[in-house]
Design a protein around this ligand. Structure first.
Ligand SMILES: Cc1cc2nc3c(=O)[nH]c(=O)nc-3n(C[C@H](O)[C@H](O)[C@H](O)COP(=O)(O)O)c2cc1C
Length: 202
């Protein structure tokens, strides 16, 4: 069975199974990111996957609080060291992210930028959402992934929400219904992550 668990600062892998981190990239009050990420994680394919929800609201990283460049790896803060261990424990990543002002949310950029080597070589799939689907966010992430030496794979998933999807000031009334039209793309994305991991092992 596919296992899902929330990982914040610690990560324990299942021996032999690829570990796929589904990252909740928004942290604001009344966000819908967690609802969407829960749905995405529920569509993980493959009985051999260990799928872990990583909620940046729970990780609560400080904003870039290291004296040295992340690429040098001289981390001194415990929060950075723990985050580096969490990222290093993942074989592949699914970033579930809203588009904010035509780009990516600040907590996501902070999580990507706080450590460097741990991201290197990881396959990454992006599931964006927003009033316009979030394609501009995904496009803005491309050069970030390149500098982190991540391997972005497709299909890019773009979920367009309407005002009717939201309860007043709050969550989605039917997150499953919002994600359902993208089920096959999301499953294809998980399959592509598995394929990338297999080809990396060959
Ligand atoms: C600060 C902010 C900026 C936003 N900018 C965009 C945008 O550029 N494009 C878009 O499609 N939606 C935009 N939205 C709408 C969000 O995509 C939508 O509210 C989504 O639910 C936000 O994700 P969250 O609830 O997980 O924070 C923005 C929302 C916020 C809070």
């Amino acid at each position: 069975m596919t296992e899902q668990s929330t990982v914040t600062t610690e990560s324990v892998g299942h021996e032999g199974a690829p570990v796929i981190g589904v990252i909740v990239s928004t942290t604001r009050r009344n966000r819908v990111g967690r609802q969407i990420a829960d749905q995405v994680a529920g569509l993980a394919t493959g009985d051999d996957a260990d799928v872990r929800l990583i909620d940046l609201a729970e990780v609560a990283l400080p904003f870039l609080d290291e004296p040295d460049m992340p690429a040098r790896g001289n981390y001194v803060e415990d929060t950075t060291k723990k985050w580096a261990r969490v990222v290093a424990s993942l074989d592949a990543v699914v970033i579930v992210t809203a588009e904010y002002n035509g780009g990516y949310p600040a907590p996501l950029k902070n999580a990507l930028g706080t450590v460097w080597a741990a991201w290197n070589g990881k396959p990454v799939l992006v599931v964006s959402y927003g009033g316009r689907g979030g394609q501009r966010c995904t496009a803005a992430l491309v050069p970030v992934f390149q500098t982190l030496r991540m391997d972005k794979i497709g299909p890019d998933v773009s979920i367009t929400q309407s005002g009717d999807d939201y309860a007043p000031h709050g969550p989605l009334t039917d997150p499953g219904g919002v994600v359902e039209p993208h089920r096959s793309e999301i499953k294809a994305g998980f399959a592509a992550l598995h394929a990338a991991l297999r080809s990396g092992r060959d």
